[in-house]
Design a protein around this ligand. Structure first.
Ligand SMILES: Cc1cc2nc3c(=O)[nH]c(=O)nc-3n(C[C@H](O)[C@H](O)[C@H](O)COP(=O)(O)OP(=O)(O)OC[C@H]3O[C@@H](n4cnc5c(N)ncnc54)[C@H](O)[C@@H]3O)c2cc1C
Length: 465
């Protein structure tokens, strides 16, 4: 909610991003007004919080579970993302291999790959809206360096157990035929991967949590968390288990400023593509399309025919400030719009209807995690670094048995009870982030000119491998 809003005004203005703006208007649920005692209180109504409630209640319908969302369901990354439902790990697999061994890293990768079809099944079974379009992802290469990187990525994926028949190399004419991208040297097709509308899914998921017996309150900011006790701005909740599912916003809590690096990801979305241009480019199966730049883009064409394309590169803000209002950085949207015109000249004249941003949460080792602190009863889940649409389901499924005091039926996985170390204090964190983003951008420019980007060596140890 904006500081100047009346509750009435806020209730009628959608949360940031076109997914919210295009969803049917609805009145937010009532805030929590009276004190409560429950078994599990969940802070944050994004995918992490709601899937945690879902798995808890699936496992034990007698549990009293409440979800407290500061704004509206899907206000954070969950309602602003690119809608890629993918098996890619929310982690640096080399870190998992180093810390837990190759078998553990492979098992985790397998669980994540399987989750894509499992989530599609859950969406169908529990009537959580339209099914994801499981058409795979196509990552294009337009320079020799990108092409090399994609071959290396394929080899690394397969080393970590990605199904060998899940990858295919597409030649330039096949890429042109499938998705109309121009100037490509080839592309890596990966399955499983799907695309969906995240706000449609999260809206249905919240309703499903309520149907299972959970309670969801919106406009209920949690202002303090202590062991077994939390306070919103108007009530107190007592619970032996409290789950912090606040992702990038976690850094706003006292003492948590160094837990994650909140980095902006920015999206532009066009008006519906006119029939002629659509006939020229194809791309009709719901494929997730991206490229292999260091500052890569990710895109889908929505069911309504809008190209929705996002990318990183907006500057990190000193002191880990998180963008609440979703204001997009102009230089980044200019770059994304230029990418559209460059890769798909047929789309150059299609108007951009919306531009927005959201924050992803990057842990110091780039590995998402979840767990419960046995002393305080406070649990954590998050740190997906931009790979959370499927991974939230998976980590929440691991967290639910821990909250009930039971072992995870899947056994320990690399994310369970893992605690990444914290980021450096300011201004070192700010200087590092500036250097990383600048280096990635300049490496892309060098490679586009056919030159090697040796400077990447300087930042490789700070980014996922
Ligand atoms: C622009 C963008 C594009 C992305 N694209 C993709 C993609 O295509 N595929 C993919 O896999 N991942 C993608 N991601 C990442 C993915 O969206 C996230 O990893 C995932 O949604 C995280 O869900 P979450 O529930 O943990 O966090 P969030 O959705 O951020 O939820 C946290 C919630 O906590 C609430 N909250 C915070 N503080 C409080 C408080 N004090 N009291 C009460 N509530 C509070 C917030 O309002 C928010 O709703 C993208 C992210 C962004 C930003």
């Amino acid at each position: 909610m904006h500081r100047t809003d009346t509750p009435e005004a806020a209730a009628h203005r959608p949360a940031p991003g076109a997914w919210h703006a295009r969803a049917p208007l609805r009145r937010p649920r009532a805030p929590l007004r009276s004190d409560l005692e429950v078994d599990v209180a969940i802070v944050g109504g994004g995918f992490s919080g709601l899937w945690t409630a879902y798995h808890l209640l699936q496992g034990d319908p007698s549990l009293r579970v409440v979800v407290l969302e500061r704004d509206v369901i899907g206000f954070g990354a969950s309602g602003r993302n690119g809608g890629w439902l993918m098996g890619a790990a929310p982690a640096d697999l080399q870190v998992w291999e180093r810390k837990f061994g190759l078998d553990a890293a492979r098992r985790a990768q397998g669980v994540l790959v399987d989750a894509v079809s499992e989530i599609a099944d859950v969406i169908a079974r529990d009537e959580l809206g339209l099914p994801p379009r499981l058409a795979g992802s196509i990552t294009i290469a337009r320079s020799a360096a990108e092409e090399q990187r994609l071959h290396a990525r394929r080899a690394a994926d397969e080393h970590y157990g990605w199904p060998a028949d899940g990858h295919a190399w597409l030649e330039p004419d096949e890429v042109r035929e499938r998705i109309g991208a121009t100037g490509v040297r080839g592309a890596l097709e990966s399955r499983p991967c799907g695309t969906l509308d995240p706000v449609r899914l999260i809206t249905k998921l919240a309703a499903r949590v309520e149907a299972l017996g959970g309670t969801v309150h919106e406009r209920s900011p949690v202002v303090s968390v202590e062991p077994r006790l939390l306070r919103t701005d108007s009530a107190t909740v007592r619970a032996p288990r409290i789950v912090m599912a606040t992702e990038a916003f976690t850094v706003e809590q006292p003492g948590e400023g160094r837990r994650y690096l909140p980095l902006a990801s920015t999206i532009v979305s066009t008006a519906p593509i006119p029939d002629g241009a659509r006939d020229e480019i194809g791309w009709r199966g719901g494929e997730a399309v991206g490229d292999a730049h260091h500052l890569f883009f990710y895109a889908q064409i929505t069911r309504e025919g809008r190209l929705t394309l996002g990318g990183r590169g907006a500057p990190y803000r000193l002191g880990s400030a998180v963008e609440h209002a979703g204001i997009a950085d102009r230089a980044t949207t200019d770059r994304l719009e230029a990418t559209i015109a460059d890769v798909w000249p047929a789309l150059a004249g299609v108007p951009i209807e919306s531009r927005w941003s959201g924050s992803i949460a990057v842990p110091r080792d780039w590995c998402a995690s979840c767990g419960v602190d046995a002393d305080s009863g406070v649990a954590w889940i998050g740190g997906y670094g931009g790979h959370g649409v499927a991974a939230t389901y998976v980590l929440a499924r691991s967290l639910a048995p821990l909250l009930r005091g039971e072992p995870d039926p899947l056994g320990p996985l690399p994310w369970t009870l893992h605690r990444p170390r914290r980021w450096e204090p300011e201004p070192i964190r700010w200087m590092m982030s500036q250097a990383i983003v600048r280096t990635l951008g300049s490496a892309d420019r060098l490679e586009a000119a056919g030159k090697p980007a040796r400077r990447m060596k300087l930042v490789e140890r700070f980014i996922a491998g």
